[in-house]
Ligand binder design. Sequence first.
Ligand SMILES: Nc1ncnc2c1ncn2[C@@H]1O[C@H](COP(=O)(O)OP(=O)(O)OP(=O)(O)O)[C@@H](O)[C@H]1O
Ligand SMILES: [Mg+2]
Length: 261
Amino acid sequence: MKEAIVVKHLKKSFGSKVVHRDVTFTVYDREIFVIMGPSGTGKSVLLKQIAGLIKPDDGYIEVYGMDILSLDEEKVIEFRETLTYVFQSGALFDSYPVWYNVAFYLIEKKGISEREAKKEASYYLSLLGLSGTEDLYPSELSGGMRKRVAVARALCMNPKCILFDEPTSGLDPVMTAIFDNLILKLRKELGKTCVVVSHDVNSAFRIADRIAILWNGTIVEVGTPEEIRNSSNPVVKQFINGEPEGPITEMMERENEQINA
Ligand SMILES: Nc1ncnc2c1ncn2[C@@H]1O[C@H](COP(=O)(O)OP(=O)(O)OP(=O)(O)O)[C@@H](O)[C@H]1O
Ligand SMILES: [Mg+2]
């Protein structure tokens, strides 16, 4: 199996707050790899490091053979077009219409004419069931539509790999299922590698080839949905069963005691 993303011994702290102690995992080409873990464990920070938006303190990240921590200028462009990141918030430009948000990279970085770029944007918007929204502004869209626009923008760059940060948070169950199908379709029909950060256990079990559980600065378990469901690791069990007591909450309580001491 061809490796898409290789992360080795990643370390990241913000001041005295240690987020990643030692994070190591591999994502394979055309895989749907879901990363789960309690809020604040560093899932978004992990994706941002893979996307080159935050620099790790130590460790190694490779994306389709590129060592992304030491890219020369030419490789930076190749990297940008290989992997894109869909922000947790969507991060659209409110002052631009939908189509321009989607086509932004093509116009601003690739020098493609606005006419051509709008055609491309319309194509990707139609793939996401958003035909006819081209000239609307982000403020005129629902949350679910905004999230789909952000995905259309990522697709417009035709990357091999897309990182999704909680694509379904805040969406209703039907929209969540639609998003799940979309991710399955991206892999099946367009051959994309998808890394998805999610809180939604059902959705993860539906789409994932493998699931990684991030907790306390490290990946505590990686496995198929079946393996994760049958895990005997107490952290994994508490997380996927949503139990109010266990190692995750015990650690939160210890941290709160330290803050209040
Ligand atoms: N730029 C930053 N500067 C300082 N601390 C940060 C920064 N970004 C994130 N953190 C801290 O890193 C930790 C991990 O944050 P992160 O956003 O990755 O969590 P998460 O797992 O994505 O949580 P959620 O599930 O709520 O989205 C948090 O304690 C957060 O406060
Ligand atoms: Mg997050």
